[in-house]
Design a protein around this ligand. Structure first.
Ligand SMILES: Cc1cc2nc3c(=O)[nH]c(=O)nc-3n(C[C@H](O)[C@H](O)[C@H](O)COP(=O)(O)OP(=O)(O)OC[C@H]3O[C@@H](n4cnc5c(N)ncnc54)[C@H](O)[C@@H]3O)c2cc1C
Length: 153
C-alpha cells in the first residue's frame, strides 16, 4: 500500500512558569503543544519520511523543543518525564485507508490517519465495527477504500 511511516517525536516535561490553558498547534514550526496537570507540557513534532525505527533522535527532538520554546518565553522545562518516538502512518493522498484488501479474503485495514490517528481513531473504529458486524457497507467510508490505489500484492 502507498503508506509512509512519517516518524514523529515528543518530549513530556515538568516545568516552571506560565502554561497555556489548552493545546496549541504552533503552525509556523509545525509543533504541537499540550499542557496538562497544571505544570506538565508535551511538545511533539517532525514528520520524518523513510525512518521506520522507533529510536528517539536526540537531534530531531532538540529541534522540536527549541522551536516550541520560541513561543513560550514564560515557561521552561525543568524535569524530563518522557522522550518518545512514534509513527503517523500516512497514505499517498493523506486520507486514511479503511476497508477490505482485494484478493485477500478476511484482510481488512484501518490505518493511514497520519497526524490525526488519536482524534479520528474512535469514529473509524465505530464505523468499522458496524460495517464488519452487520456486513453492510458504510457509505461514509467510501472515500477511504484502499482500492482507490492500484495495490500491488
Ligand atoms: C509524536 C506524535 C504525536 C502525535 N500526536 C497526535 C495528536 O495530538 N493527535 C492525533 O490525533 N494524533 C497524533 N499522532 C498520530 C497518531 O499517533 C497516529 O495517527 C496513530 O497512532 C496511527 O495509528 P495506527 O494504528 O494507524 O498506526 P500505529 O499506531 O503506528 O500502529 C501500527 C502498529 O502496527 C505494528 N506493526 C507494524 N508493522 C507490522 C507488521 N509487519 N506486523 C505486525 N505488526 C506491525 C506496529 O508495531 C504498531 O503497533 C501523533 C503521533 C506522533 C508520533
Amino acid at each position: 500500500m502507498p503508506l509512509e511511516a512519517a516518524k514523529g517525536v515528543s518530549l513530556t516535561a515538568r516545568g516552571e512558569g506560565v502554561l497555556p490553558q489548552h493545546p496549541l498547534k504552533l503552525f509556523e514550526k509545525m509543533v504541537a503543544s499540550s499542557p496538562y496537570d497544571g505544570e506538565i507540557m508535551r511538545f511533539s513534532g517532525t514528520f520524518d519520511v523513510g525512518d521506520r525505527s522507533e529510536v528517539v533522535s536526540k537531534k530531531r527532538l532538540d529541534m522540536v523543543v527549541r522551536d516550541a520554546l520560541e513561543f513560550f518565553e514564560s515557561w521552561s522545562p525543568r524535569e524530563v518525564e518522557k522522550e518518545r518516538a512514534g509513527h503517523r502512518p500516512t497514505s499517498a493522498d493523506d486520507a486514511p485507508l479503511i476497508g477490505a484488501i482485494p484478493r485477500h479474503d478476511g484482510l481488512y485495514v484501518a490505518t493511514g490517519h497520519g497526524t490525526l490517528g488519536v482524534t479520528l481513531g474512535p469514529v473509524t473504529a465505530a464505523l468499522v465495527a458496524r460495517e464488519l458486524s452487520t456486513g453492510k457497507a458504510e457509505a461514509l467510508l467510501w472515500p477511504f477504500r484502499p482500492n482507490r490505489f492500484r495495490l500491488v500484492f
